[in-house]
Design a protein around this ligand. Sequence first.
Ligand code: CUA
Length: 364
Amino acid sequence: MTSDTPGMRRFRCRHRVGRGVVSTVLALVALSLALPTVVGGEESPIEFDQISNMFEPVSVPAQRIRELAELVIAICAGIFLVVGVLLTYVIIRFRARPGDEKREPPQVYGSNNLEAAWTIIPVIIVVVLFLATARTINEVELKEPMEGALEVTVVGHRWWWEFEYPEYGIITANELHIPVSTPERPWPTFLWLESQDVVHSFWVPRLAGKTDVVPNRRNTLWIDTAEPGMYLGQCAEYCGTQHAHMLLRVYVHSEEDFDAWVKAQQAPEVVDASVADGRNLFQRTACINCHTLDGTVADGTYGPSLSHLMSRKTIGAGAAFNNAENLRKWVQDPALFKPGVRMPDMKLTSEEVDQLVAYLVTLK
Ligand code: CUA
């Protein structure tokens, strides 16, 4: 027995329009995160359902930042509404009418109440915003690792991420693996952020706020999540040509899965005799000056470590899926996926590329 009045219908309609605008804005934000990964007709390594939505935090710091953002948006929306309503009222109520031309509007001077009001109210608003922000910064910022934290050193390079686990002697690239926190084992991850070259910014929207990665400085960040899964992130500070291809993935594992990952990364490479040609070729070329590969002579640090290469989902910091076909294209011409990439074309013959890739895909 409910029939909508025209006013209610208008309200519903407006409400739907409002939601439509919000979801459109969210979709555009999400799209802007995904677009850089579409490479000249290549299949993007990012599925749309994996897009990182900062409005869906799963980690304590990201949750705190979301709460602060909601408070700031609510206060600002309130101010916008009050100003908008007053402005509309004044424009309509005091509009020029026929016969007004010769008359001056009444001039109001020196109202103490009015002046006190428009001074005190903004000051209160600014103080509230300041205190709320200071509290959030205090909760989110940590200079030293907390008790029992897993420490990882993150090094920003043009254009990839290096992850070092000093405790386990593991160095990997572009895909960070961490354990979940459980009530029995609150095991947060503490990141030391360093840069090898220019300023980058580490940002995994669902896990933590973005933090600049600055040369000659160590910034810090922590993650504490109870939700296993894969979380996408990216460099959020323009750092040169391939800034948009400086993506990263964070894999949050259950404790057992994380231990298994650590064991697999620590295991020595299995030398496969059938790909000895590729292995020899690798050790003869300049690859070894830039890449490290445990168990070989390669100990370069300019490019990502190739140890356990095939345990990674993507190559080129999220530029393409990691598989034999893409590795082949990558070795033959790295600029195909990443124009401006610092890895040179090694001018290998087609047969040599085949040998090399056959070897690389054995690096489990
Ligand atoms: Cu690194 Cu942008």
